[in-house]
Design a protein around this ligand. Structure first.
Ligand code: ADP
Ligand code: ZN
Length: 291
């Protein structure tokens, strides 16, 4: 059996073919251009490397309601050319194999839960802190969908009074998590890219504060057994101990079951392939559902 995966991002599409043991046999990255040409290139790849099932982990927002007429569409994305694009239906029509789609971050959460940092656990959240902020939520052994899918990047935070940036960068909410703590928020606030700020810059203490607010909210809502933080900004690994300390401070001794924050809030084990491997796991699920 061969399974295929697409990790669909706003700047690039990562494609892979693997065997049933998840060994990646072929992998290709293509730029995300206009939908018609990008789709054609992706379909050509899977025609050259046929698969028995396909999993797609995509940037969102997505319509993931199987009862909806636009199931499997990318919906109102700021990447305007891809607005209302029937990504999953196009793959289904072209390849004629079972296909399953989820958000890129839900796919990453699935990967980490099945074979990574949260292996053996039934509850975890995967958060990517990059150009945007997104979270995949895995609860009681299932990826969470519902009215739509989790959109934690737009979780409202309490801006800190000493934050030098007067307004967050999210065009919808200003002071949401993405508006205050994404890569572009760091760049807007300090006038330089995060990767060019030294570890002792005050940027990181403020960043850790906002990410700790996220962690506390996560703990108080879905009670994850692991909070996995990935994405470009988390390449600043010195953020982890700062987030641990600040999360403990904000918890204020509540949640006595939390004994060791440093083993609760961790980097992904499969980064940067969590989303791609999670998409392969979605393909496996699609295949199994058709047996
Ligand atoms: P994307 O979210 O676009 O898929 P990334 O997860 O790499 O991609 O996130 C890109 C964002 O993260 C940019 O805003 C970039 O400035 C920031 N970033 C990337 N690498 C680092 C780093 N080492 N330290 C701090 N910020 C970084
Ligand atoms: Zn927002």
């Amino acid at each position: 059996m061969r399974i295929g995966a697409v990790e669909a991002g706003g700047t690039k599409m990562v494609l892979a073919v693997a065997d049933e043991k998840m060994n990646i046999l072929k992998r290709e990255t293509i730029p995300t251009l206009m939908p018609s040409e990008t789709m054609e290139a992706m379909i050509r790849f899977f025609q050259a490397h046929p698969v028995d099932a396909l999993g797609v982990g995509s940037f969102g927002p997505l319509d993931l309601n199987p009862a909806s007429e636009t199931y499997g569409y990318i919906t109102k994305t700021p990447k305007l050319a891809w607005c209302d694009y029937p990504l999953l239906p196009r793959f289904r029509e072209a390849l004629g194999v079972p296909c399953l789609m989820d958000t890129d971050v839900n796919a990453a959460a699935l990967c980490e839960a099945e074979m990574g940092a949260a292996k053996g656990l039934k509850n975890c959240v995967y958060v990517t802190v990059g150009t945007g902020i997104g979270a995949g939520v895995y609860c009681e052994g299932n990826l969470v969908h519902g009215l739509m899918h989790p959109e934690w990047g737009h979780m409202l935070l309490a801006p800190r009074a000493d934050d030098p940036m007067k307004e967050g960068v999210c065009p919808y909410h200003k002071g949401c998590l993405e508006g205050l703590a994404s890569g572009p928020a760091i760049e807007r606030r300090w006038g330089v890219k995060g990767k060019d700020l030294p570890p002792d810059h005050p940027a990181w203490e403020l960043e850790a504060h906002y990410l700790a607010q996220l962690c506390v909210t996560a703990l108080m809502t879905i009670s994850p057994e692991k909070i996995i933080l990935g994405g470009g900004v988390m390449g600043q690994s010195h953020l982890f101990p700062m987030i641990h300390k600040e999360t403990e401070r904000l918890l204020g001794g509540y949640l006595s079951c939390v004994k060791d924050v440093s083993s609760l809030i961790v980097p992904p084990s499969c980064y940067p392939d969590s989303g791609l491997i999670g998409s392969l796991l979605l393909a496996k699920k699609a295949w199994e559902a058709n047996q």
